[in-house]
Ligand binder design. Structure first.
Ligand SMILES: [Mn+2]
Length: 321
């Protein structure tokens, strides 16, 4: 990786935009806010930050997140000197912001998804890294950037959330090393844990309990799934944030090999969030035009939940799960 080149590009850019992916998670938001803070600290430069859809309220503690612009509020005719995408596996994950990316004089693509096809002018991609936060930590270190406490809190959040609190199989020695270094810089693991994992709303807990109570189990309980209808969301006053972690709860059952949540969309299509313990669900979701990681993936099928679930179950049952 050519750090000098990137430092020079940042130095020579008058206006910089950092873009996070649609349906933002802790990794894309932590990476965006951390990179923005670090560029400000190290180069005395302001960056614009962009969110494509609603930021989950639990991430409101991230430094500088209040200055993130939303796609509806940004001038899409603007030509940035530099646009940096963080955790954006494919360019369509930034939806309408693609126009800003295409117009930019230079683009940098920072990611950890193995499916990323290096669509930027410069690409900093490490498919072995747990998270984009981890990629950024090592990039900043190799580039001799100063990492202040605000940046450290952001990067730690990114790593923590993408590893499910250092539980998922993407947790490698390098991941824990990066986290340890961030703790050395002053990050308080208990404080961030509470902010991320002990901030559930009553609505979320009651709604998820309901969804789990009507889960279905197939093949000696190896397959676990639940269907979330529009009317369920309405009944509980639940929003998309209330879906967070639901599929993982079904996977956590000892007998489960594959778990999914099928959500009825406003359009009438069905959106799947799939998790597994062994089988490659990115490949299963890929059959339907979706993707993701080996043990965590998603797809959307243009059919009502009952039909869409039949199609998905057929694909799952073709495999040794
Ligand atoms: Mn990520």
């Amino acid at each position: 990786m050519d750090c000098t080149n990137i430092n020079d590009i940042i130095k020579s850019s008058k206006n910089i935009l950092i873009i996070s992916h649609v349906n933002p998670d802790g990794d894309t938001l932590g990476s965006m806010c951390g990179l923005c803070t670090a560029i400000n600290q190290n180069f005395k430069k302001h960056c614009d930050m962009l969110a494509i859809s609603k930021i989950p309220s639990i991430y409101e503690y991230l430094p500088n997140i209040s200055s993130v612009k939303h796609i509806e509020d940004i001038d899409k005719s603007r030509e940035y000197d530099l646009v940096i995408n963080v955790d954006v596996a494919a360019i369509d994950r930034i939806c309408d912001a693609k126009i800003l990316f295409d117009k930019a004089k230079k683009t940098i693509n920072i990611d950890h998804h193995k499916t990323n096809n290096s669509y930027g002018d410069i690409n900093i991609i490490n498919p072995d890294a747990s998270s984009t936060g981890e990629v950024l930590y090592y990039f900043m270190q190799q580039s001799d950037w100063k990492i202040d406490l605000d940046t450290a809190n952001c990067l730690y959040t990114a790593i923590l959330t993408d590893t499910g609190s250092f539980r998922f199989n993407n947790t490698k020695p390098a991941t824990l090393h990066a986290a340890a270094e961030l703790v050395k810089l002053g990050v308080d693991p208990t404080d961030i844990y509470k902010k991320v994992y002990e901030s559930d709303s009553k609505t979320l807990v009651m709604f998820q309990s309901y969804c789990i109570s009507k889960a279905k189990f197939l093949d000696d309980d190896k397959i676990a799934y639940t269907t979330v209808y529009k009317k369920d969301m309405e009944k509980f006053g639940a929003n998309d944030e209330c879906m967070e972690g639901l599929t993982e709860k079904l996977r956590a059952i000892v007998t489960t090999r594959v778990a999914f949540v099928a959500k009825e969309m406003k359009s009438g299509a069905t959106k799947f969030s799939m998790r597994s313990k062994f089988v490659d669900v990115a490949e299963i979701c890929g059959v339907f035009g979706g993707g993701g990681h080996r043990f965590a993936a998603g797809c959307t099928i243009k059919a009502k939940p009952e039909d869409a679930i039949k199609q998905v179950l057929k694909e799952i049952k073709k495999r040794e799960i």
